[in-house]
Ligand binder design. Structure first.
Ligand code: ATP
Ligand code: MG
Length: 357
């Protein structure tokens, strides 16, 4: 067989997987590039784990093909594939030390002893586990165990490492630390990572590209910035980050109208005289001098350290709009319940969606 080096490292081609009447993965296609850090993101039950299991070989698709380096692996046995799936429950061997846990996979491959020792040493160093090498899993913290599981997966030098919610068991602080560590590790070892998470912030922090899944299909695939700033549809807009939605309509004058206000936005490709919803993020609504914008009243203030999220009741929508304001300047005066404010929208940051999008 000839390896096609120009092909994406992993290609998922119109794959379908059904479990009885449930369509877990629905004609999904995806190309993953060499050394990419790729995140699969989506609500519970959208098919993330099923997709990973098919890539790893634990499930066979009902339709479609999966190729690795141009070679069809759709029906290949999991152990034959040069990739590694790290499950959420990382199942370290409890009676073995960290060092023995790392060596185990290489011993199974019957590599020469000297090479095993060298690779274990190197991996202990990369994952900052040298000081813990003689400990057993029970003597480690949750985060340390996580690191050992990762080291054990990496040491086999898979072409692609699949990670299913690898940080799911950790508390917030450790999670954030591990996110940066995972990114550093991936950079260092140069392995393609496909990570599943339902934590959107985690995906934005770590990934080169993100795919947002719903009901077994990809709704959008792009860089974190593309997906955050130019969501393709209402679902993605609401799923990633905080978003304000304003229901309204597009008039024949090509303005978006809601609550007696008219806003000029980019309406290209949208229907006139039809209902629409405008989406705007809290950081793209600005405070304006009194009387020059949309009038509102602050009904709630959430303190976030450096800045505040204020909730402003306006005629535009039944739900208050969330607005990000700074701790000083006009933001300070606005960050008080009951304050009267005047709001302006950054037109370039508004996204408008219509039925069917
Ligand atoms: N072995 C199975 N038998 C029957 N149905 C299954 C099986 N595995 C998954 N499903 C169904 O397929 C759909 C996708 O499941 P999957 O585990 O891939 O979701 P997920 O995106 O990983 O969700 P979560 O975020 O909760 O882990 C769900 O409706 C699930 O109930
Ligand atoms: Mg899952």
């Amino acid at each position: 067989m000839n390896i096609d080096f120009k092909a994406p490292v992993l290609a998922v081609d119109t794959v379908v997987k059904r479990f009885g009447k449930t369509v877990a993965v629905n004609g999904l296609s995806l190309d993953i590039r060499e050394n990419e850090f790729f995140a699969l993101l989506g609500p519970s039950g959208c098919g993330k784990t099923t997709l990973l299991r098919m890539i790893a070989g634990f499930e066979v698709p009902d339709e479609g093909r999966i190729r690795l380096g141009g070679i069809d692996i759709t029906e290949q046995a999991p152990e034959k594939r040069p990739l590694n799936l790290m499950f959420q429950s990382y199942a370290l061997f409890p009676h073995m030390t960290v060092r023995q846990n790392l060596a185990y996979g290489l011993e199974m491959e019957r590599l020469p002893k000297a090479e095993i020792t060298a690779r274990v040493e190197e991996m202990l160093k990369t994952t900052d586990l040298q000081a813990l090498a003689e400990r057993k899993p029970a003597e480690l913290s949750g985060g340390q165990k996580q690191r050992v599981a990762l080291a054990r997966a990496l040491i086999k030098r898979p072409k692609v490492l699949l990670l299913d919610e690898p940080l799911g068991a950790l508390d917030k602080k450790l999670r954030e630390k591990m996110q940066l560590e995972l990114k550093r590790l991936q950079n260092e070892v140069g392995i393609t990572f496909i990570i599943v998470t339902h934590d959107q912030e985690e995906a934005l922090v770590m990934a080169d590209r993100v795919a947002v899944l719903k009901d077994g299909s990809i709704l959008q695939c792009g860089t974190p910035q593309e997906v955050y700033e130019r969501p393709a549809n209402r679902f993605v807009a609401g799923f990633i980050g905080v978003m304000n939605f304003i229901e309204g309509e597009i008039g024949s004058d090509a303005l978006f109208r809601a609550g007696g206000e008219a806003l000029a936005c980019d309406l290209e490709g949208l229907k006139r005289n039809a209902t629409a919803v405008l989406a705007i993020r809290p950081e793209n609504i600005v405070l304006k001098p009194e009387g020059t914008g949309i009038a509102g009243t602050v009904v709630d203030v959430a303190y976030h350290g450096l800045d505040r999220q204020i909730y402003v009741k306006t005629p535009l929508s039944p739900a208050p709009l969330q607005v990000r304001v700074g701790a000083t300047g006009p933001g300070a005066a606005a960050a008080q319940t009951g304050a009267a404010v005047s709001l302006g929208f950054d037109a370039a940051a508004c996204r408008i969606f219509q039925e069917g999008t």
